[in-house]
Design a protein around this ligand. Structure first.
Ligand code: C2E
Ligand code: MG
Ligand code: MG
Ligand code: MG
Length: 293
């Protein structure tokens, strides 16, 4: 279903403002119901480690199939959940399902995978300063906090008060890795990277789009990669869609890549099949990469 799914702005569903308000209201109710009924599902997108040639992490991406509208993009319904006060319930289900599925993968022999979970600013508001609600779920499934990456946005680090920082620090102390998502799309005052160390920086796909053909973009991306590396953090590049992009990034020593070239986000069963094909022994070149060359 992933291939068919396109991000559609809400405006496409409706023709007038009044209608939009009505539909938005209806969709909020439907979303509330879907959360209550446990009808949201997860897709997982592999993140490759270029050095080992293996899948290292999975990004957990929530999916909502609406009976009338089909797949609704999380870019639309996450903000809706935030507005309607539903984000906490949604986030709990995402964490629960992602941890459950990671535990299943470990049970199936994929013991070194990490799960990377998106958390919006509002989701940080409701947990205690130790992050113990989340840690409890992680432990419930027999996982180690080291198995978990928490993806936050630049905005959270810049705007959010001391409370949020404390929570992030506590989760990090417990062993979770912290990643900055969509790096470069917010304020991008690099300053906060100095005062607030994180483990991973996920560079937004807009920086990769014209790579390697646009020289300015190439230099900008190279610069960002080397700054992040020099600060002792790791780089993930999002939105890798072409072989040329992947080659360029590998040549720049960028360890982690994620994008449609390597895999779309996959439902659990498809992911399992993908991993069985592509997560072989270190020495073996992965079929996914080999088939591209
Ligand atoms: P994100 O965290 O930056 O996730 C990456 C998005 O880029 C995903 O869109 C993924 O399908 C898409 N993507 C991956 N590779 C490529 C590529 O090569 N080309 C292109 N064009 N796109 C690619 P998706 O799943 O629609 O999610 C959109 C956003 O919704 C996410 O952006 C994230 O901010 C939010 N989101 C998704 N799931 C969750 C969740 O469980 N909780 C929260 N709080 N937010 C979520
Ligand atoms: Mg993300
Ligand atoms: Mg991202
Ligand atoms: Mg994004």
């Amino acid at each position: 279903f992933e291939a068919k799914r396109k991000s559609r702005p809400l405006a496409v569903y409706c023709s007038s403002m009044r209608e939009e308000v009505k539909i938005r209201h209806q969709m909020q109710q439907d979303l509330a119901e879907a959360i209550k009924q446990g009808h949201l599902s997860m897709a997982y997108q592999p993140i490759w480690d270029n050095h080992s040639g293996r899948v290292a992490k999975l990004e957990a991406l929530v999916r909502w199939y609406h009976p009338q509208w089909g797949q609704v993009s999380p870019a639309d319904f996450i903000p809706m959940a935030e507005e309607a006060g539903l984000i906490q319930g949604l986030g709990e289900q995402v964490l629960w399902q992602s941890c459950r599925d990671l535990a299943r993968l470990k049970g199936a022999g994929f013991s070194d995978l990490q799960m990377s979970i998106n958390r919006s600013t509002l989701e940080f508001q409701t947990i205690d300063t130790e992050g113990s609600e989340w840690l409890k779920v992680i432990h419930h499934f027999g996982l180690d906090p080291r198995d978990i990456v928490i993806e936050i946005t630049e905005t959270l680090l810049m705007d959010a008060g001391e409370q949020h920082r404390l929570r992030i620090e506590a989760l990090r102390r417990a062993g979770c890795q912290i990643a900055i998502d969509d790096f470069g799309t917010g304020y991008s005052a690099l300053n906060y990277l100095r005062t607030f160390p994180v483990d991973l920086v996920k560079i937004d796909r807009s920086f990769v789009r014209h790579i390697p053909f646009n020289e300015q973009d190439r230099m900008l991306l190279e610069g960002i990669i080397s700054i992040v590396h020099n600060l002792g953090m790791q780089v993930v590049i999002e939105g890798v869609e072409t072989r040329e992009q992947l080659n360029f990034l590998s040549s720049k020593g960028c360890a982690y890549t994620q994008g449609f070239l390597l895999s779309r986000p996959l439902p659990f069963e498809d992911l399992l099949a993908y991993l069985r094909l592509n997560h072989g022994a270190l020495e073996q070149p992965s079929p996914a990469l080999a088939s591209l060359s």
